[in-house]
Design a binder for this molecule. Structure first.
Ligand code: ADP
Ligand code: F6P
Length: 513
């Protein structure tokens, strides 16, 4: 598929986050895979396309020069997560960025200005005069590194790189530039909070096409261009800018469903789950409600814990009837709002246990292990209810991973059981998914997933209760529908669209119409 689409044109992928962080621990080399939708989705894709991936080298500066933060490292397939496939692998080209620059462009402009604005959170927006110049400088460096790789096609990822397309366009007017924006795009009334709204949009209009998860986000982007870039003309066939037409298209990202399903069936998944049940003394007969999140205020973890607390206060008979397992990962700890959020989550869990726990029941447990994909799939697989309650989220891959890890339910399970037929999933009753209405994934997964408004605590609590009490036939029916949706919009479908767009195929214009 990839060779057909791109021919022999050279591809350079540019993202802020690198897919593998190398370091040293006790004198031994280590490698970690950062949590995040972008790297999870793209590693497999780039392993298949080959080419160069330019990213900030966030690992140990004193590490082996072959993989130093400013070095290039070859990642053959066996060193990527795609070790079971015959794929070319790729070159990871790392950018060594000074600490002060990282503080101001990554912790600063990207995550204290753009991230909250795109997620419709005005309160955490912090504007510091050093942020914007640093963002410009970092984008210039990413652009230079991309141009050094002599690309025919450049594929930018996300909101850290809003200006890089303009810089690459200046150096390589002939190259085809495409960007995928992995977070929501707000309406003009909200985007107006961004002090550099016009400059940022002009940077992005250096691309030939800009992609979003939902048509709603693409429409907001076009509306922002119409409002804030007076020299651009928004037409039915695209945005006319600087003598070119820029497409704004929608393409929902998905996951590698087969891979997640296989991970969930692996021995490593089962062993990890055994370790967790031992460590926390989880009763196998007590349903598990699961949350898996980067501890980001947009993920609605505090709202979820408030809903659980409300559930136990208003339904005392549920005491001892389930355990909430929170798998957390600390994130962006250089930002005070994130450190406070981490503390708030830990405090809420401790309070839930103090107020509602008994000698033989701990209502909520918190896990912060570094897990690999198989171990994570072990958590998904064994959950009876998963709760994704983001206040706002571009897509949310956790919801899709949970669904794929549940195993394939037998079609018409209720009927099959009535007839005494065996189900291939007979050892497990599928889990139920409670899903925020405010995530991109809700567009395809609700109403088979139970929709919630995370701000509405009592209705949220009631929905968790409904999920816990859901009978087996309904769980099968809903899971069947969820799995069909997750398979339909999987990573291959997303990749096929991106390759069409990168290749400049006619579908691009169609996608924009
Ligand atoms: P985001 O991109 O904002 O982090 P997504 O839900 O789209 O949110 O993607 C998160 C990715 O990171 C998923 O692939 C998920 O497996 C992984 N992830 C999220 N939280 C954790 C966690 N606590 N532990 C391990 N992996 C996590
Ligand atoms: O998916 C959105 C996203 O911001 C990615 O760009 C990013 O890699 C991920 O969330 C995790 O955030 P960070 O890279 O800041 O750890």
């Amino acid at each position: 598929m990839i060779d057909d689409a791109l021919g022999d044109r050279s591809l350079v992928v540019v993202s802020n986050r690198e897919p593998y962080v190398h370091g040293y621990a006790d004198g031994e080399p280590t490698v970690e895979r950062p949590a995040g939708g972008l790297v999870t989705a793209l590693d497999g894709v780039v392993a298949e396309t080959g080419g160069t991936w330019v990213a900030w080298g966030s690992g140990d500066a004193d590490f082996d020069p072959a993989v130093a933060p400013d070095g290039e490292v070859e990642l053959p397939p066996e060193s990527t997560a795609q070790d079971d496939d015959d794929r070319p692998g790729y070159t990871l080209a790392r950018l060594d960025l000074p600490r002060r620059l990282v503080e101001n462009y990554y912790y600063g402009y990207s995550n204290q200005v753009l991230w909250p604005i795109c997620h419709l959170e005005a309160d955490p927006v912090t504007v510091d005069p050093e942020f914007w110049p640093a963002y410009r400088e970092a984008n210039r460096r990413f652009a230079e590194r991309a141009v050094d790789a002599d690309p025919d096609l450049v594929w930018f990822q996300d909101y850290h790189l809003g200006l890089a397309p303009k810089y690459v366009r200046e150096a390589r007017p002939d190259a085809r530039l495409v960007q995928f924006w992995h977070v929501p795009w707000p309406t003009p009334d909200f985007f107006e909070i961004c002090p550099q709204a016009t400059e940022l949009l002009r940077g992005l209009l250096g691309n030939d096409a800009v992609g979003f998860h939902l048509e709603r986000y693409a429409a907001n982007f076009r509306d922002c261009v119409a409002r804030f870039v007076p020299e651009a003309e928004v037409t039915d066939s695209g945005i006319r800018y600087d003598g070119r037409t820029v497409a704004a298209y929608a393409s929902p990202i998905g996951i590698d469903t087969e891979r997640v399903a296989a991970n969930a069936r692996s021995d490593a998944a089962a062993h990890y789950w055994d370790r967790i049940t031992d460590r926390y003394d989880l009763d196998p007969d007590r349903p598990v409600v699961l949350g898996v999140d980067r501890l980001d205020y947009t993920k609605g973890v505090v709202e979820r814990l408030d809903a659980l607390s409300h559930l136990l206060e208003t339904n005392p008979e549920l005491a001892g009837e389930f355990t909430y397992v929170q798998k957390g990962t600390r994130t962006r700890e250089g930002i005070p709002a994130y450190r406070r959020y981490y503390d708030a989550v830990r405090d809420r869990i401790a309070e839930l246990d103090r107020v509602h726990g008994t000698d033989d029941w701990t209502p909520a447990v918190y896990i912060e292990d570094d897990v690999d994909d198989r171990e994570l799939a072990g958590l998904y697989r064994n959950a009876d209810v998963a709760v994704v309650s983001s206040r706002r989220d571009g897509m949310n891959l956790v919801a899709k991973e949970f669904v794929a890890a549940q195993g394939r339910p037998f079609p018409n399970a209720g009927l099959a059981q009535a007839k005494g037929l065996e189900s291939p999933n007979r050892d497990r009753v599928p889990g139920a998914l409670v899903l925020s209405r405010f995530v991109g994934a809700a567009e395809s997964l609700c109403p088979a997933a139970l929709p919630v408004n995370p701000y509405d605590v009592s209705t949220f609590a009631e929905t968790i209760r409904t999920a816990l009490g859901m009978g087996e036939p309904e769980r099968h029916d809903r899971m069947e529908s969820l799995q069909a949706s997750v398979r339909e919009e999987d990573i291959d479908a997303w990749l096929a669209t991106q390759l069409d767009v990168l290749a400049g195929a006619s579908q691009v214009a169609a996608a924009d119409d």
